[in-house]
Design a protein around this ligand. Sequence first.
Ligand code: ADP
Ligand code: MG
Length: 274
Amino acid sequence: MSIARNRLNPSRTTKASLPGSVHTPAEVVTLSHVSVDYEGIPALDDVSLTIYENDFVGIIGPNGGGKSTLLKVILGLVTPRKGEVQLWGQPLQKATQRIGYVPQHTSFDRDFPITVWNVVLMGRLSHRHMLHSYNASDKAKAMEALETVGIAELRKRPIGSLSGGQQQRAFIARALVHDTALLLLDEPMANVDSNAQDEFYSLLSRLRRQMAIMMVSHDLTAISVNVDKVACLNKTLYYHGSKEIPPSDIEAAYGCPVELLAHGMPHRVLRKHD
Ligand code: ADP
Ligand code: MG
């Protein structure tokens, strides 16, 4: 078996498939018939989904459709009423440390008194007792993550002084500090101006070479161009493991005709299934 250099981190190595061999991607997340209620009101209904290594999956759907809830189920922050969640083929509790999470609505005031460096280091807290100081390995991981997202030179700045796009890079760096193999992003483009979005997507397409990414977004056009699989969620999940969603699925999820939603959306996303 040959060993290839990891392009994002040359000090790490990844196994490459033998020429001609068929590589079966490993399952990263497996949800089987998951239902979630909040105080008796259903938020997810019988959701089954498999995400494989190196998948870049966009999750679209109307407000209140359960997108954030789906990510929280994978993180173990919300417990399903029914169904099963596995990560890397194991029960959820054993593997959550390898998940990086960028929650919805993370942004800071200009005056928020914490540096980018400390925001990223905080990602290491789950690895240690709160009262212990960070060690050399924590600091090395934080630096490596900052370099990966391309903002190492901003590390001494207060997080609030960064642009929306730079702040999101800092939050992604924080999510990358523990050998992350699954990155969950909840509407990460909300505070990123359109100029910075292309760069942001190219960062994500580099990252997905070494991890699976699930990204919730409102922006159907950007999702359809930049991810390779799209799931549509409104309590029920519509997912075919590709980005060609039948219009009937989108209409069912959004409860309105596709023409209203598909403004500017590339045709291939809306192509009818044969
Ligand atoms: P989305 O991210 O797609 O907008 P959410 O997962 O945030 O949807 O919410 C799905 C539904 O669950 C909504 O109706 C929301 O009001 C409800 N909900 C979410 N979180 C809670 C909570 N902690 N307690 C009660 N209801 C909640
Ligand atoms: Mg949400």
